[in-house]
Design a protein around this ligand. Structure first.
Ligand SMILES: Cc1ncc(C[n+]2csc(CCOP(=O)(O)OP(=O)(O)O)c2C)c(N)n1
Ligand SMILES: [Mg+2]
Length: 222
């Protein structure tokens, strides 16, 4: 099962949700399907997507919140699962794409490649509605049902360790940071605005550096 196919299968379900993703490959994949103002791609803070999702879910209890996470990120902050379990917001769905790899930074294998079971860990943390899925239809059905239901759910999707052809996203972190809360400030359950049209994602081009012109740091006194 490929993660991009999972995302495509539930893309329409995300229209009215606040969606928080981790950084890297999965962010680029969701972006490539079509950015929306209600998507926040959390850069850098590995392991904290569920914490941001939890805050939104508690602050806006009528808003459906979907956290798109990864195995490496969850493993880096397992306490996030216990905090989710403690507050158990019924409007939050935690999707964990487990490719058994730190794919976005080169593919170092994570502990799920040697037997750690994130669905079992989530249940142990106190999220009874946590399950693993390995098949696309099963994923689409489970994720759709979880988003529609009023119960905290955690779905661990075992996916291939393949990422997008390009990680390029024509969206600055700060632009996303302001656009997202602005979209969420609208009355809950009102249709979210379309993001402004963007150019088609293009293939990443190598960065070129201009040669530095050597010279005095300060002009010589005349
Ligand atoms: C605290 C911290 N450590 C390391 C990184 C570098 N980093 C960025 S993405 C990533 C891998 C994420 O792995 P996973 O959550 O499994 O997602 P995948 O890349 O497999 O989609 C790492 C190590 C980071 N952003 N933050
Ligand atoms: Mg991973």
């Amino acid at each position: 099962m490929r993660r991009i196919d999972c995302l495509a299968a539930i893309y329409d379900e995300l229209t009215e949700c606040a969606v928080v993703t981790i950084m890297g490959a999965v962010a680029a994949e969701l972006y490539s399907l079509g950015h929306r103002a209600n998507f926040f791609y959390m850069e850098h803070s590995m392991g904290l997507a569920s914490s941001i999702g939890l805050g939104i879910a508690l602050a806006q209890p009528k808003r459906k919140v979907v956290v798109v996470d990864g195995d490496g990120s969850v493993l880096m902050n397992l306490g996030g699962l216990t905090t989710l379990a403690r507050y158990a917001p019924p409007n939050l769905t935690h999707l964990i794409f487990d490719n058994e790899s730190l794919l976005s930074v080169g593919g170092f294998p994570t502990a799920t490649s040697t037997g750690s079971d994130l669905a079992l860990i989530a249940r142990g943390a106190g999220i009874p509605n946590a399950r693993e899925v390995c098949d696309l239809d099963e994923f689409a059905q489970a994720a759709t049902a979880a988003i529609e239901a009023d119960e905290l759910a955690c779905i661990v999707a075992k996916v291939e360790a393949v990422g997008p052809a390009s990680f390029h996203m024509d969206l600055h972190l700060l632009e996303n940071r302001f656009e997202f809360p602005r979209a969420l400030r609208l009355p809950e359950q009102a249709p979210l605005p379309e993001a402004p049209p963007r150019p088609e994602p293009r293939a990443a081009t190598p960065t070129t550096r201009q040669p530095t012109v050597a010279g005095p740091a300060h002009p010589e006194p005349s």
